[in-house]
Design a protein around this ligand. Structure first.
Ligand code: FAS
Ligand code: PHB
Length: 389
């Protein structure tokens, strides 16, 4: 088959771009290696920047998000048991975030692609990218039958473990990485959230986060050793440890219940440069990963899609390839700001096993300065609600 854009990856990055391009009459095919249900079964992000929300509305996929998502004007920190609220809306002159799970957002995007008859092909195997500097194509197998997609451009939206980034010659790409010496054990439970807003807790026993998906679905995390496995953590052990890391009033108010999802995610900071090689453009987790402490993962993907969408629109509608040529430079400028914020939040709130006393006093000082300076809080807030695209 022949198309203008071949998108590899049916996560939020690939789906959002596919939908935006389709609305502008730019022909695209999306290849996803798993079933739709498998993709929707992954529990991931929960907080959307206002920029991401605006893109979802532009993609005509924002109705349920606006109906069911919760607007949060602030977040809380619990520092060694003391609660401190950060008024995002006041500090940013009116911006907030929307709490709406990535699972639901991805469901809305799949529904929209289906409704508009989008060419989304699931369960593809052996995806290969060819001739990235010339007449590009993508080959794949489905149900044992070989297929070829001839296209102008390929979008690698296939996540950290995808094939796209690995299709760039090793001497043409530079990777930057920092792996953190701990992970996050996450639990999803059909319980009422313990608070109206998210609570990020720094405690001597380790980091904890109280989040949510709705008023009847809560999402909690605790920092755990990389040596831990999910089997080491019964639900009771999880709830007991979480309570120990929260302020007493929060711990006493915590509604516990059976976990309906429980998993450990390693924490990593990663960026691949450049985000373009010939006719291949990388977007989202295929190009960058952040520790989820700053809720930047999914939101960093949003600005890639914004830049790519406008670049392809200018190219196909006006014959202007400036956006295409500048994509990597523009995307990386914002990606690295998201990396910085995620690294800063992670260093601010976690207990590092290899830290010496000096490091720990520096962390105390960083927190003391943060909550003593409105300028410092404004910096946190503008990054958390999302820097401009
Ligand atoms: P994704 O990885 O979501 O999607 C890539 C898609 O490509 C997948 O569906 C995959 O099946 C497909 N694919 C891979 N290889 C392929 C191939 N060869 N052929 C075809 N398809 C292929 N972010 C936050 O902001 N907050 C969080 O709390 C948070 N928690 C996370 C927890 C975990 C365990 C993980 C892994 C990530 C988390 N993230 C979080 C980040 C996450 O939300 C990503 O930023 C987001 O999924 C990025 O979306 P995509 O770029 O679409 O990549
Ligand atoms: C989540 O709800 O999954 C979530 C929220 C904020 C974060 C990380 C994860 O910083």
């Amino acid at each position: 088959m022949r198309t203008q854009i071949c998108i590899i990856g049916g996560g939020p990055s690939g789906l959002l771009l596919s939908q935006l391009l389709d609305l502008q009459g730019i022909d695209n095919v999306l290849l996803e290696k798993h079933t739709r249900d498998y993709v929707l079964g992954r529990i991931r992000a929960g907080v959307l920047e206002h920029g991401f929300a605006a893109l979802m509305r532009e993609a005509q996929c924002g109705d349920r998000m606006d109906r069911e998502g919760e607007i949060h004007d602030g977040i809380e920190f619990a520092i060694d048991g003391v609660r401190k609220r950060v008024d995002l809306k006041a500090l940013t002159g009116g911006n907030s975030v929307i709490v709406y799970g990535q699972t639901e957002l991805t469901r809305d995007l799949y529904d929209a692609r289906e409704k508009s008859g989008g060419n989304v092909i699931h369960c593809v195997e052996d995806v290969q990218l060819h001739d990235l500097k010339g007449a590009s194509s993508v080959t794949y197998r489905k149900d044992g039958v070989a297929h070829t997609v001839e296209c102008d451009y390929i979008i690698g939206a296939d996540g950290f473990h995808g094939v796209s980034r690995k299709s760039i010659p090793a001497d043409k790409i530079k990777e930057y990485e920092r792996v953190y010496p701990f992970g996050w054990l996450g639990v999803l439970s059909e319980t009422k959230p313990v608070a109206n807003e998210l609570i990020y807790a720094r405690h001597d026993r380790g980091f904890a986060l109280c989040s949510m998906r709705s008023q009847v679905l809560s999402r909690y995390y605790i920092q755990v050793s990389l040596a831990d496995s999910v089997d080491d953590w019964s639900d009771d052990a999880f709830w007991t440890e979480l309570k120990l890391r929260l302020p007493h009033d929060v711990a006493n108010a915590l509604e516990t219940g059976p976990s309906i999802e429980k998993s450990i995610a390693p924490l990593r900071s990663f960026v691949a440069e450049p985000m373009r090689y010939g006719n291949l453009f990388l977007a989202g987790d295929a190009a960058h990963i952040v520790p989820p402490t700053g809720a930047r993962g999914l939101n960093s993907a949003a600005s890639d899609i914004y830049y790519l969408y406008h670049a392809l629109l200018d190219y196909y509608k006006k014959g202007d390839d400036t956006g295409i040529d500048k994509y990597s430079e523009r995307a990386l400028a914002r990606v690295w700001k998201g990396q910085r914020f995620s690294w800063w939040m992670t260093n601010l709130l976690h207990k590092f096993p290899d830290h010496i006393d000096y490091d720990n006093r520096l962390q105390d000082t960083e927190l003391e300065y943060l909550f003593s300076s409105e300028n410092a809080l404004k910096s946190l807030a503008e990054n958390y609600v999302g820097l401009p695209f």
